[in-house]
Design a protein around this ligand. Structure first.
Ligand SMILES: Cc1cc2nc3c(=O)[nH]c(=O)nc-3n(C[C@H](O)[C@H](O)[C@H](O)COP(=O)(O)OP(=O)(O)OC[C@H]3O[C@@H](n4cnc5c(N)ncnc54)[C@H](O)[C@@H]3O)c2cc1C
Length: 265
């Protein structure tokens, strides 16, 4: 079985800051990491490999600048077998639509080298935060997609998936090949091992441009991005909350008094 995990390099912060003048993401001074949900997705793939080391291989794939090789080496050090970087100036300025077109083209190319049975993505990236890329890749490739995967097991040529809901979960049976998006409840990602780090530097990272993945530049990057961002901003901070003290009855009376004072009731 071959599993491919889509991994994204993101700024190491859950609190994305926006330049108030330019309206762009402030990346300066913020180290980059493997997107947390993608670490869960990779762990899920590696656990399948642990069960069948001879019969299972795990590939990681990212679209990003050349610096993304550091994150790919981290994935190799965790235990991935192959790493693919889609990097080309024409991929720049991509919205989620163009991003998923490029990643899908990369996966088609990986498929030529060995058919992928399960594609994993994270539920969402902590910087862009749209949760669109995984399902869009599935749509481009014409494979079934299950989002919010919190548990799963492979049975023959099917995957039985627990899909997280707000107040429970649903069980879905899906045929392979399929695309699953991982949530953090799926597992606890492993650390890189010393041996893994050494091995990671012996393994090759395959770098593909738009020609290699058979994409027309008109279908890549900014040119193929219908999204227009009119404004980005950080919402102003809310005022400090006020804690009420006393018994339930006293706090209730104080709260009613405050609401009356402000003409809310
Ligand atoms: C008009 C416009 C221009 C933009 N220009 C740029 C730009 O020049 N440079 C830039 O970095 N960003 C740019 N972005 C942001 C870029 O579109 C998003 O970062 C990207 O599409 C992923 O979306 P997301 O972060 O919401 O991912 P989500 O949809 O939240 O990610 C879900 C999952 O998809 C997978 N995934 C997402 N992105 C990648 C990736 N690159 N490689 C592999 N797997 C991935 C991961 O598994 C991830 O967990 C631009 C956005 C817009 C709207």
């Amino acid at each position: 079985m071959k599993i491919l995990v889509c991994v994204k390099q993101v700024p190491d912060t859950t609190e994305v800051k926006i330049d108030p003048v330019k309206g762009t993401l402030i990346r300066e001074g913020v180290p980059s990491i493997l997107n947390p949900d993608d670490a869960n997705a990779l762990e899920a793939a590696l656990q399948l490999k642990d069960k069948d080391p001879e019969g299972t291989s795990v590939a990681v794939l990212t679209m990003g600048p050349p610096q993304a090789t550091y994150m790919l080496r981290e994935c190799l050090a965790m235990g991935a077998d192959e790493a693919y970087l889609l990097s080309d100036r024409v991929f720049g300025g991509a919205d989620t639509c163009a991003t998923s077109t490029t990643i899908a083209a990369g996966i088609r190319k990986v498929n030529e080298l060995g058919k992928v049975d399960i594609i994993f993505a994270g539920r969402q990236a902590i910087d862009g935060d749209t949760a669109q890329v995984g399902p869009q890749i599935g749509q481009r490739l014409g494979v079934p997609v299950v989002t919010y995967v919190q548990d799963y097991k492979v049975e023959g040529d099917k995957v039985i998936v627990q899909r997280q809901l707000e107040d429970g979960y649903e069980v879905i049976e899906v045929g392979m090949p399929c695309l699953l998006t991982a949530v953090k409840e799926l597992n606890t990602p492993r650390y890189m091992s010393i041996g893994g780090i050494v091995d990671a530097y012996q393994k090759e990272i395959t770098v593909w441009d738009h020609v290699a993945v058979d994409l027309d530049p008109a279908d890549c990057g900014l040119k193929a991005s219908p999204t227009r961002v009119f404004r980005s901003f950080t919402p102003p901070q809310k005022g400090k909350g006020e804690m009420l003290e006393g018994s339930i009855q006293e706090m209730g009376a104080k709260l009613v008094g405050k609401l009356v004072e402000k003409h809310y009731i």
